[in-house]
Design a protein. Structure first.
Length: 381
């Protein structure tokens, strides 16, 4: 089944580390953007039913990402979900996720999002250390993050994810593990853990130079990762992907499409889509996107059909991110390639190092191997 991704580019403030497609909140621009989003979704459904892009299809996940989607009004979220439902067949058990920042919500607002059709929340907490949050220029503090999670439970959400970031400026291993333990105490259903990447053009890089902040040594970052995973699994959150853990049945069904060779349609500025071997990306600029949709022009500016080799490489590269790894027999059936015959000689050294394991047709990274994932996956590129 399809996944539908809805990009919402607006933020109350721009975090100093962020490299996503986003901009500052503008109420008038937001209203016009919601109008354009609804129109793009409806046109995609019409094109599918007319046979221009295959059947419109059935979707079993809708994901509002950003930016800060929780800056939308609940009525605007409902309108976009309605556009999806009128344009595609929506599965009865559809997972509908909204990314949210703690400072943008209240119990009443969360209840309204729930009534609008959202059944899964993903909170951008990042840290439960106030000093770290200030260094990341986040608008919330640790207390607000904890309150937001509690309010979501009261509002009726039983599928709740928390995002955390490790290897932050000036962060010690013990600081990070305090945040992990604090997150466990919140009893989320899902957790995503990311290593901070300091982009060359990010203001954080300048902040770090000016304040003489530094990141811990690489070995400490590895310890942060492995120790956190051990504590989370002891708390009943099972690792299913390099950066993600979940309670049974609470894996992100939408994100799994990205890692299991699935298909999805992206709507909004900068959104990516992959379907029927074709990949495309919408124009990045929010005003340009609105202008294109209003003028009945295609939003996509980069469209290309993937070669068989590219599709194979993507399936291997993304599939190996999963804790369960990849099924070599299934890959052979779908792509007509004996993966081990082609790549085995280059993979054997990683097996000998204990980074990779093979059992019959199953190939997967060990936890230590996950720290070297890019090196292993480079074999397939």
């Amino acid at each position: 089944m399809l996944g539908l991704y809805i990009h919402v580019p607006f933020c109350s403030a721009i975090c100093n580390y962020c490299n996503f497609n986003r901009g500052l909140f503008d109420a008038d621009l937001k209203a016009r953007y919601v109008e354009a989003l609804s129109a793009e979704i409806q046109r995609a459904g019409e094109a599918g039913r007319a046979g221009q892009a295959g059947e419109a299809g059935t979707a079993d996940t809708i994901y509002f990402g950003g930016g800060t989607p929780s800056l939308l009004e609940p009525g605007e979220v409902a309108r976009i979900i309605d556009a999806c439902a009128s344009s595609f067949a929506i599965a009865g058990n559809c997972e509908v996720t909204l990314e949210a920042n703690p400072e943008t919500v209240s119990e009443q607002r969360l209840a309204a999002f729930r009534a609008a059709g959202i059944n899964r929340l993903s909170f951008g907490v990042q840290s439960l250390n106030d000093g770290e949050l200030r260094r990341l220029s986040r608008l919330h503090n640790a207390a607000r993050a904890r309150d937001a999670v509690a309010e979501a439970r009261v509002a009726g959400f039983d599928n709740l994810s928390v995002d955390l970031m490790m290897w932050l400026p000036e962060q010690r291993t013990e600081d990070w593990l305090e945040t992990v333990d604090g997150a466990i105490a919140l009893a989320p259903d899902h957790l995503s853990l990311y290593l901070l990447e300091v982009y060359p053009n990010a203001p954080l890089k300048e902040d770090m130079a000016r304040a003489r902040w530094s990141q811990a040594p690489d070995d400490d970052a590895a310890t942060m990762y492995t120790t956190a995973m051990e504590r989370l699994e002891a708390a009943g959150l099972q690792q299913y992907e390099i950066s993600n853990v979940a309670r049974p049945g609470r894996q992100s069904r939408h994100n799994l499409k990205y890692w299991t060779d699935g298909e999805w349609l992206g709507f909004g500025c900068g959104a990516h889509s992959t379907r029927d071997g074709v990949r495309w990306k919408n124009v990045s600029s929010t005003p340009d996107y609105i202008e294109r949709i209003t003028g009945h022009l295609p939003a996509a500016v980069d469209v290309r059909r993937l070669s068989a080799e590219e599709r194979l490489g993507d399936a291997l590269f993304t599939g190996l991110r999963l804790a369960g790894g990849i099924d070599l027999t299934a890959i052979d059936t779908r792509y007509g390639v004996d993966v081990w015959s082609r790549f085995g000689p280059d993979l054997v050294p990683f097996i000998e190092q204990g980074c990779l394991r093979r059992d019959g047709s199953r190939l997967w990274l060990t936890r230590d191997g996950m720290l070297m994932a890019n090196e292993v996956m480079a074999v397939f590129v």
